[in-house]
Design a protein around this ligand. Structure first.
Ligand SMILES: *Cc1c(COP(=O)(O)O)cnc(C)c1O
Length: 370
């Protein structure tokens, strides 16, 4: 069995032990005589899988009892609409636009109410997290339902160092690509959401963690579809209809793997070590350069370029020949991106680095002039 070094941004690498465990249970889940794929979501066996999945997530993230956890479908993208429909009571929310997904969230919210642009880094091609001072200023007025941020910008390779000060205004964060990469202080947020396929499981599951009081009265807008009604979904244990049963089961396996391998502090330590190695190579390189401002660099997605589209393409093609896949940048920005989520080992990063060094030796301007 030859497994590649997978740097894909999502769906992304999963821990090998999780895949092996799922394979072992696939035909006959713990003596049930059937696969989890074939099991009723209303069965006691499945309910136990669901409950343990939620309990494990609560343990690793230290989620307070005042927060509800939902496992829904539709990806982070559907939440761009669900969040304003549930939370816009004044009909007005603030958005920080730090990248492509943040912009999509802002544009989608504008269909349901007033979506105010509080800060953006679009003028510098989203190479940094914008200055957040205007966010604190605007929040002081007290008439915003929430402030939305995208905490890690998957395409541009930037991540918040510090959260904006939103005072009493609930902070809502798309954490899709940094979810479970590091500890989060859940109480700093009103709502956190993440598509699972980056770091938490397979595509088709969206995790939502929401402060109970924000959904106490049901959705803000009557047009909110029943499926997206957070109050109803919380009351129904995410089972208003058939959930992504297998996806949630797989997320549970990943959560257990995180817990068994040291929890979120250990994940953060490993992710920082992988990121530091890559950024050190980029900073010392005569060929490659990182595209994110150093003070905004992500520990989940490392973006870089040779500054020449043909060389970048040659790098990506050469990587694939060496079993290093998924390092092409997003189609919007080109260049390269190494997504170094929890399941990407230091060994995989070392292989990438060693390929970068040999590519550089061959193609760097200084090497050519020798
Ligand atoms: C991948 C991603 C999305 C889109 O997720 P879908 O599950 O495809 O809807 C949104 N936000 C961020 C930060 C992402 O990384």
């Amino acid at each position: 069995m030859a497994r590649v070094h997978n740097f894909s941004a999502g769906p992304a690498a999963l821990p090998e032990s999780v895949l092996a465990d799922v394979a072992a249970e696939l035909m006959d889940y713990r003596g049930c005589g059937m696969s989890v794929l074939e099991m009723s979501h209303r069965s006691a066996t499945y309910q136990q899988i669901y409950d343990e999945t939620e309990a494990c997530l609560r343990r690793i993230l230290s989620i307070p009892d005042t927060y509800r956890v939902l496992f829904l479908q539709g990806g982070a993208t559907l939440e761009f609409a669900a969040i304003p429909m549930n939370l816009m009571r004044y009909g007005r929310a603030g958005y920080v636009v730090s990248g492509n997904f943040a912009k999509k969230a802002w544009q989608e919210a504008a269909r349901y109410g007033e979506a105010e642009l509080l800060a953006t880094s679009e003028d510098t091609h989203f190479d940094r997290i914008p200055d957040l001072a205007p966010v604190a200023e605007r929040c002081a007025a007290g008439d915003l339902d929430y402030v939305h941020i995208c905490q890690n910008n998957t395409i541009f390779g930037t991540m918040y160092r510090e959260l904006p000060d939103t005072g009493d205004v609930p902070l809502v964060a798309d954490v899709s690509s940094c979810f479970l990469s590091l500890p989060l202080d859940v109480e700093r947020y009103g709502l956190i959401y993440a598509g699972a396929q980056k770091n938490a499981g397979p595509a088709g599951v969206t995790v939502i963690i929401v402060r109970e009081d924000l959904i106490a009265d049901g959705p803000a807008l009557p047009i909110c579809p029943s499926y997206l009604n957070f109050r109803t979904q919380a009351d129904k244990g995410s089972m208003l209809n058939t959930p992504n049963t297998f996806g949630i089961y797989l997320c549970g396996k990943v959560f257990a793997w995180i817990e068994q391998t040291g929890g979120l502090r250990a994940m953060e330590e490993r992710n920082r070590a992988k990121a530091e190695l890559l950024y050190r190579v980029l900073d010392d390189s005569a060929l490659f350069r990182g595209t994110a401002e150093p003070s905004s660099r992500s520990i989940a997605n490392v973006t870089f370029t040779c500054g020449d589209a043909d060389l970048d393409a040659a790098f990506v093609a050469g990587a694939a020949e060496r079993g290093i896949v998924g390092v092409g940048g997003h189609r919007l920005v080109g260049g390269m991106r190494a997504s170094i989520y929890n399941a990407v080992s230091m060994g995989a990063v070392e292989s990438l680095v060693s390929y970068m060094r040999s590519f550089e030796a061959e193609h760097a301007p200084s090497a050519r002039s020798l």
